[in-house]
Design a protein around this ligand. Structure first.
Ligand SMILES: [Zn+2]
Ligand SMILES: [Zn+2]
Ligand SMILES: [Zn+2]
Length: 314
């Protein structure tokens, strides 16, 4: 039995990879019709054709607004510079896969440069059915549509039973990984009264991969180890002694043996944390994030921030 058959959330239907929207930006009509028919043969039906960069970008934006995450096929258009189109597309939706039609081999310097600038793959024209099949299978396995499917329901069940407040990103990280599918699952969870939408929340996100699937820990500001104690330090103004509160036995300064009486007059309470590794004291520990997606570590100050939808579990 598949694990997905166990959970009450398995009523949520999911799209298959073939339901993915595809946007072809190609000025030559015969070429775009040809690609269209190759994709049709693979079972793709939601194909959008555009013959100029401007109309392509417009269609792309409309698809994103509608919660879709199209795969983009792009030809070397005469009127615009490819990299500026790639940049605009990625500004709208960073994870977009852009496939470039070109007359160059994939190991050509021009193509290698383009791949480092964000192109997903290039296909050398003329393009065969085999090229398209291979490409789409690569994308499918990169996005692991099939492998994680049975796990999604279990993770979703786990999330919805353990937490009372969840975010779009929480649902996405149940192994769905694709915005469009996540939107769809959320719609169904809402329709079936499993969740209800709340105010948006702002989450820290990874500086490298922008994932919000992060672990956090508090660490010593000096040695970055996470072994410290909350301790109030007392500074005696008169003699300058700084030591922890418990060294002032009966309110007597351990250094000059004079009594300390009034806070703010005789003494002040200084720093609140003492590192048990390096003995440093500090007023506030640093917050460090480690990304569960790419293992990147970064500090709170450097984090990127993402506004995301949040929901209450009913
Ligand atoms: Zn990351
Ligand atoms: Zn330390
Ligand atoms: Zn003293």
């Amino acid at each position: 039995m598949k694990s997905s058959e166990f959970t009450k959330y398995s009523v949520i239907s999911r799209n298959s990879f073939n339901d993915r929207d595809i946007l072809i930006i190609e000025d030559s009509e015969p070429s775009s019709l040809r690609i269209n028919s190759l994709l049709n043969k693979m079972g793709f039906k939601k194909i959008h054709l555009s013959h100029t960069a401007a109309s392509g970008l417009y269609q792309f934006e409309e698809l994103i607004k509608a919660g879709k995450t199209p795969i983009v096929f792009l030809d070397f258009l005469p009127e615009t510079d490819i990299l500026s189109i790639v940049k605009i597309i990625h500004q709208i939706y960073l994870e977009t896969k852009i496939i470039l039609f070109s007359r160059y081999e994939s190991h050509d310097d021009k193509i290698i440069k383009m791949i480092s600038d964000g192109i997903y793959r290039s296909l050398k024209t003329p393009i065969s059915q085999n090229d398209i099949n291979q490409l789409m299978h690569n994308i499918e396995s990169d996005e692991s549509y099939t492998d994680v499917e049975p796990l999604v329901d279990l993770k979703l069940e786990d999330l919805l039973t353990k937490k009372s407040n969840i975010t779009f990103e929480d649902i996405k990280s149940c192994g769905i990984d694709i915005d469009e599918e996540t939107h769809q699952i959320i719609e169904e969870l809402k329709n079936k009264n499993f969740i209800v939408e709340n105010n948006d929340v702002t989450l820290p996100s990874c500086t490298k991969c922008s994932s919000t699937n992060l672990n956090s820990k508090h660490v010593c500001v000096i040695c970055h180890k996470s072994k410290f104690q909350k301790k109030s330090l007392v500074e005696h103004y008169d003699c300058g002694n700084i030591s922890s509160h418990d060294t002032y036995v009966s309110d007597i300064c351990p250094s000059c043996k004079k009594p300390i009486n009034a806070l703010g007059v005789d003494y002040r309470i200084l720093k609140n944390f003492v590192c048990l590794e390096c003995n440093s004291s500090f007023s506030e520990p640093n917050l460090i994030f480690s990304c569960n997606q790419c293992q990147n570590n970064f500090e709170l100050n450097d984090a990127n921030w993402k506004i995301t939808k949040s929901y209450s579990v009913l």
